[in-house]
Design a protein around this ligand. Structure first.
Ligand code: SF4
Ligand code: SF4
Length: 468
């Protein structure tokens, strides 16, 4: 290989694929991909869209099945209501998820990016599809980008932008429906600004962000913004499954009609032309590769045309390509699996031990005892009840120990399913039962006649009792 060719072939290491020597953005015009893997990706994309769009409308016993209301701190996942009191479960679930992602990446590489990441799925199977439909395949898009602003360019670009904005609005509305519920979003679009100006503005801002991401920022999300993408360098090892070029079989590359003896790569550049991140996979694994498999399909079509075996670019590991053998499980994989198993076990036991009603009873802050009539003392308490059930609860509060009386200071303790209440009440104990300045009182929290929970609190009496 000549010196100049050598330096140009390693040039990709000095810069990212979408920036030119002057530091300007190189706009990527990938060719329309096609083939078996692209068809499977279509299927996966349709399932994911349906899940995304239908998700906020799914109901179980009248409540959403999915709700991630960060502002009101109400979370429903697969129909199970989570409260701030379940925060430890959410943290543990997130840790489990991170470990799972790490483990998954060590074994299967970046397959999530190319097949299931919302960024790729929306970009390649919604926005790019519309672009191909309006502006044609890569060469026509390139030509349109270069040409003067004439009628053709204006109507094509305007139509594309309009459709992109409408789709961005649908995506933004659906995302907000996961946070605020589908009823509120439907209410917003049936009643307009009178329903909620804040929500309307939020949906416009989010629409603008989605439009910017898919209309302009595009592959830059994967290349410079996504933390998962940045982590690939430390997660992948020689045995991770990647989209890889079989250089053993493919090199030296060259046209088949060449007099020199060449490998199977005919140097047609089809794999580069379909790449949405503008890289040449023949240079080896690169951070820009999102494992979208478009180059596998493109190369397989070329191999077929030249009557050569498929799989010059394929899912394999670095080691597999080098040695012709695949070994998925290594020490790191087993270690991650053990950690994952332990976390899943802890998580499962925490979920099973999770109670559906949570009560907190605390003596009203800053208050002391009061004398109640001639023969009793009283303390004020505050009760918080979180009803994680879907059904409403009519809570009855009883004093189990010692003998005494409870007087509610507000409404009855009625808690709607999935909601919480806070009320104050008075505990009145005969003076005979108050033997010290700090006495233990035990409350019973009942749903009808069913004892849900016992709760112990302190009842304060006069300090003088400790001296006597
Ligand atoms: S190199 Fe292949 S798999 Fe990687 S991003 Fe480009 S087309 Fe997709
Ligand atoms: S598509 Fe296949 S044959 Fe063509 S350049 Fe890429 S690796 Fe070589």
């Amino acid at each position: 290989m000549s010196e100049s060719k050598k330096s140009s072939s390693s040039y990709f290491r000095d810069k990212i694929s979408t920036v030119d020597e002057q530091g300007r953005r190189v706009w990527v015009f990938p060719r329309k991909p096609g083939g078996t893997l692209t068809n499977y990706r279509h299927l996966v994309a349709v399932v994911l869209y349906l899940f995304f769009i239908i998700g906020p409308f799914l109901r179980y016993q009248g409540d959403p099945v999915f709700l991630l209301n960060i502002l009101e701190r109400k979370f429903i996942l697969f129909g199970v209501v989570f409260w701030p009191q379940d925060f430890h479960l959410i943290v543990l679930s997130l840790i489990t998820l991170i470990v799972f992602v790490v483990l998954f990446t060590v074994i299967y590489g970046r397959i999530f990016c190319g097949w299931a990441c919302p960024q790729t799925v929306f970009m390649e199977f919604v926005f790019r599809k519309i672009e191909y439909l309006i502006e044609g395949d890569a060469p026509s898009q390139r030509k349109l980008a270069k040409q003067e602003w004439n009628v053709e360019k204006i109507w094509k670009k305007s139509l594309k932008s309009l459709i992109f904005i409408l789709i961005a609005l649908v995506i933004a509305t659906t995302l907000l429906a996961y946070v605020f519920g589908s009823d509120r979003m439907l209410g917003l679009y049936s009643h307009g600004i009178a329903f909620s100006s804040k929500l309307l503005i939020a949906s416009w801002i989010l629409t603008g962000i989605v439009y910017f991401i898919f209309g302009f920022f595009r592959e830059q999300v994967c290349l410079i913004a996504c933390p998962y993408g940045r982590l690939q360098g430390v997660l992948l090892d020689q045995q991770s499954i990647i989209v890889g070029y079989d250089y053993v079989r493919g090199e030296p590359r060259g046209a088949k009609k060449s007099v020199e003896k060449t490998g199977d790569c005919v140097d047609c550049n089809a794999c580069v032309q379909v790449c949405p991140t503008n890289i040449d996979i023949r240079n080896g694994t690169q951070l820009e590769c999102i494992n979208c498999t478009a180059c596998i399909d493109a190369c397989n079509a070329v191999m077929k045309k030249h009557a050569l075996p498929k799989g010059l670019i394929r899912f394999d590991s670095e080691k597999g390509i080098r040695e012709g053998q695949r070994k998925i499980f290594n020490t790191r994989t087993i270690a991650y699996s053990v950690v994952l198993l332990i976390l899943l076990t802890v998580l499962a036991s925490l979920f099973t031990m999770r109670t559906d009603v949570e009560t907190t009873i605390l003596r009203q802050r800053g208050t002391l005892y009061q004398t109640y009539g001639d023969n009793a003392y009283s303390n004020i308490y505050q009760i918080d009840v979180v009803n994680k059930f879907r059904k409403d609860l009519n809570i009855r509060l009883k004093l189990i120990e010692p003998n005494g009386e409870i007087k509610l200071m507000g409404k009855d303790l009625f808690v709607k399913g999935g909601e919480k209440i806070q009320e104050r009440f008075l505990v009145i104990l005969p003076k005979l039962e108050v033997l010290k300045s700090k006495n233990e009182v035990v409350f019973g929290i009942y749903d009808g006649d069913r004892l849900i929970e016992k709760y112990t609190a302190t009842f304060v009496g006069p300090n003088s009792l400790d001296v006597e």
